[in-house]
Ligand binder design. Sequence first.
Ligand code: HPA
Ligand SMILES: [Zn+2]
Length: 356
Amino acid sequence: MCKSNLHALLAALPKCEHHLHLEGCLSPSLVFQLAAKNNITLPSASEDPAYASPEALTARYQHFTNLQSFLDYYYRALDAVITQDDFEMLGWEYFSTAARDGVKHAEVFFDPQSHTARGIELDTVVAGFNAACKRAEKELGVTSKLIMCFLRHLPVQESRETMAAAVAGGYFDDEDRVITGLGLDSSEVGFRPELFEEMYAEAQKKGIRRTAHAGEEGDPTYISGALDALHAERIDHGIRLVEDPALMERVIKERIMLTVCPLSNVCLRAVENVGQVPIRKFLEAGVKFSLNSDDPAYFGGYILNNYCAVQEAFDLSVGEWKVIVQNSIEGSWCDQARKNELLSILDDCVRKHTSG
Ligand code: HPA
Ligand SMILES: [Zn+2]
């Protein structure tokens, strides 16, 4: 609950989330629970005191110093996730919590290489996450799309193999497209988007949607690289766009949406506080963006916490919230009929708020 008098409106807004790593929903309690079930030995408390208990691990997550310091914990925790049911449980952890925060549509990332590198089949990962997506639609009315990410710190050949495995698995087939989009994540600086041009070109030919993390820690040339070399349709994070006004003009003109993650930016010290995320600058300039939780088990909460933190920092008007939510609906990769449903929920929601 935030202090804002708009809290009821923020809670009720029909949210679309576009920057959410399913692996980032692995809470410390779930790490310990799955490790016990799967007989996985976590690091001992003498190796790393953070592994003394779920509470100690939670406390450790308050002290990341940059992206890499988080990724080290993020990848290590995944050792506990093994079976198709584990992946489904992780997916359900996301959808069941996000639905309570008012998420109606979610386009969620997963990182196959962090599992296939441990000997887990791509099919196991996709089947588990896809089952969670299906269940979310049936039981919660939350629609979703899966976005397969490449880990940019690994040799490009491994991304090539991941792409080939997804094609061979039929996940991009037109009739029953299980994977809607490609993404690019992990350590940004030094691993330029241009390295992944070939896989993105193949995706574009197949009509697969494209996004990439850029401008989180990397300078604005990572954003232009993602647009030029990868033909990215969205940019994940993208907050360093403000450093290059000409590029910002291009992003506005080409209607590229940024998927901004305010609490993540604070936790990973890209900014000192939410007030330094360029929300007001983007709104005033007409840069389209959605607000997202990134890795909610690590960064202080799910999407509503991000909406509330933005409201506390910027004191936005109802009209400004309407623009943010409208842009996040229109920037989604669902069909127009679903967008129209969500736009109409948005209208009702704003009307109810302003009339009473
Ligand atoms: O915010 C992120 N940036 C890069 N890689 C990631 N993997 C999970 N979250 C992130
Ligand atoms: Zn991310």
